[in-house]
Design a protein around this ligand. Structure first.
Ligand code: AMP
Length: 593
């Protein structure tokens, strides 16, 4: 299949807003593609080369891409530079330069397979000649690309495909292409995806063996599964009430969620909440887990928390972030910031998947499978059937350095629900008990120039929540409070990879920041209350026409939520629920901002 045919679909997608039209285009694409090409088509269309958890990076930056565009078009770097400053998009520039070129011989058209193989080779380039190798290969691909192909090749390489297809849309289209398109078909594909996190593999499997084959998909060592998520409750009694009076309470540790895969031979893979491989940051866990886990292979979940090596006390979460992204000095950090992994779930016990077992059985198996040691322990748990001991346990959790408790269902239906948020797990945090508002995770979509003492740098940031139904990032506050000088000075560097010349298509706001950013960086904020505002677009019109939710008096807590993807930010649905709870508690809070 020709790459030209794939980008023709991209072009149509770019001009299509209706979900049903997008689905139709994708359904036709999947039906017409040869089975063996489906994985590459799925990955490429998501801006990936392999499923996200494999962490395959292309390794091509803007400078190299510009050079490849210049060389393949036979112009000098300055001309490319000038054109980009007008078009603002290297993809468009590449396209324009290609269409202006005269050729003596017709091009031999690019096959999808060749493009994919070429990009994989670029990603695989290593060593001293890697940059030249990448440049040579990218120039080679561009030299054979037609104008529109060049536009999308460059956009792919720069990580901004701009066709905006999200996973749920792909799943929907797969359900139409290889099933009857019903809700039930979608649910079966989604279930398989939650367990294997690989849409390319799923597409090929569907095409070869049909929907029934997917029902056999279960957890596998080495493939991360989507984490189960918690709902929130305003009070302990509400949480217990939802559990019909009896529940398991656990410390809610404030660290990094880690999914550990321990193979039979003792090799370990660690995945973050975003399903990225993180064993390089935690060599101590890689060492400790094989000894601690008696039943192998195993897939376990827990929270990784810094602890004080002298007193064994839990340390503040911020200390662990010093380890993230570090490649050097790990040995020193390992002893300076030792961590403890508090396990709270078991998803694979030996060769037996335990996901579909009720939580009490999973916990029992977890206790049987693990020999606790200094750096691998079990999350502290207490089963209760009344409010009194629950309150004591909550106080104990705070005293011991946890940020609250998790209230977990013990019902027969309390299976592990990969990728789902529900009331089987309810979080109850310190802030709720103190009557403070809960923290929110907002995605930076814009920044405003500072004034006065902050002149010459950013003074405030526009934050958005995520609306999964619209696949949109909707603004809910402008935050400038809570940043110290160091945090503020660091923001431009942090935000640089997400800079955008114009408002990104998925961003919805009534404000016009000085700089736009594609959704990437997630910040934790806290505020006084939620109100309704005409300039913010969070769940626009849900309560009153022409108004969205806004956070009043927002303040940055100092925490950049690196472990959260933009789509993991607080959702517009969560804001709506929080607003309703707040209104119930205090009718005065419902007025406009
Ligand atoms: P939040 O990130 O505020 O939605 O809270 C849910 C997170 O709490 C989970 O994703 C885990 O990272 C973390 N957590 C800490 N302790 C536990 C526990 N005992 N059970 C489940 N999750 C926990």
């Amino acid at each position: 299949m020709l790459y030209r045919n794939l980008v023709a679909v991209y072009e149509q997608l770019e001009g299509t807003r209706q979900h049903s039209d997008v689905r139709q285009l994708l359904t036709e694409l999947f039906r017409s593609a040869p089975t063996n090409l489906l994985p590459s088509i799925l990955y490429l269309s998501q801006g990936l080369l392999r499923p996200e958890f494999e962490g395959v990076e292309l390794g091509v930056g803007g400078a190299l891409a510009r050079k490849a565009v210049a060389q393949s078009a036979g112009v000098d770097d300055h001309q490319v530079h000038r054109e980009v400053s007008v078009s603002g998009d290297l993809g468009i520039t590449a396209e324009r330069l290609r269409s202006g070129q005269r050729r003596l011989e017709p091009l031999e058209p690019l096959e999808i397979e060749e493009v994919y193989a070429g990009l994989m080779a670029i990603a695989a380039a290593r060593g001293s000649g890697a940059q030249e190798e990448r440049l040579r290969r990218l120039t080679g691909l561009l030299a054979r690309a037609g104008p529109v192909e060049a536009r999308y090749l460059i956009r792919f390489v720069l990580g901004s495909l701009r066709i905006g297809i999200r996973e749920m849309t792909l799943i929907d289209a797969l359900a139409h292409a290889f099933g009857d398109g019903s809700k039930a078909a979608r649910a079966r594909i989604e279930r398989a995806f939650n367990l294997c996190s690989d849409l390319g593999w799923i597409a090929e499997e569907l095409s070869r063996h049909g929907l029934d084959a997917l029902d056999a998909v279960t957890i596998q060592v080495g493939r991360p599964i989507r984490p189960m998520l918690a709902e929130r409750a305003r009070s302990l009694s509400e949480a217990l009430h939802r559990m019909h009076g009896t529940a398991a309470l656990e410390f809610k540790y404030d660290g990094l969620r880690v999914q550990a895969h321990v193979a039979r031979d003792g090799s370990v893979r660690l995945f973050s909440r975003r399903l990225e491989r993180i064993e390089a940051q935690f060599p101590d866990l890689v060492d400790a887990l094989p000894a601690a886990v008696r039943h192998r292979p195993a897939v376990l979940e827990g929270e990784c928390v810094p602890i004080d090596p002298d007193t064994d006390e839990i340390r503040p979460f911020q200390e662990i972030s010093r380890r993230r992204g570090r490649i050097y000095d790990l040995d020193r950090l390992r002893s300076e910031v030792p961590v403890c992994f508090f396990l709270f779930d078991l998803l694979l016990d030996g060769t037996e998947p335990t996901l579909d077992r009720p939580f009490p059985e999973r916990r029992e198996r977890l206790e049987a499978a693990v020999t606790p040691g200094p750096s691998v322990r079990l999350a502290r748990q207490l089963r209760v059937d009344s409010a009194e001991p629950a309150r004591d346990f909550f106080d104990l959790a705070l005293a011991e350095g946890a940020e609250g408790i998790m209230v977990k269902s013990l019902a027969p239906e309390s299976t592990y629900r990969a990728g789902a948020r529900g009331f089987w797990w309810i979080k109850y945090k310190k802030e709720y008990a103190e009557g403070l508002s809960d923290s929110l995770d907002g995605v930076v979509v814009g920044a405003f120039h500072g004034r006065g003492r902050r002149a010459g740098r950013f003074g405030a940031f526009l934050l958005a929540c995520y609306n999964p139904e619209r696949d949109a990032f909707e603004s809910f506050c402008k935050v400038g409070t809570g940043f110290d000088d160091a945090a503020l000075a660091e923001m431009p560097r942090r935000l640089e990879p997400w800079a955008s010349d114009a408002r990104p298509a998925k961003v919805d706001t009534g404000l016009e920041p000085d700089r736009w950013f594609r959704p990437g960086l997630v910040l934790e904020v806290r505020g006084a209350e939620l109100t309704l505002s005409p300039v913010h677009r969070a769940d626009f019109g849900a309560i009153r026409p022409g108004s969205g939710f806004a956070l009043r008096f927002p303040r940055f807590t100092g925490r950049i939520r690196e472990e959260k993807a933009p789509t993991d930010a607080t959702s517009s649905g969560e804001l709506r629920r929080m607003y309703r709870q707040q209104v119930r508690q205090s009718p005065a809070a419902s007025g406009p901002a």
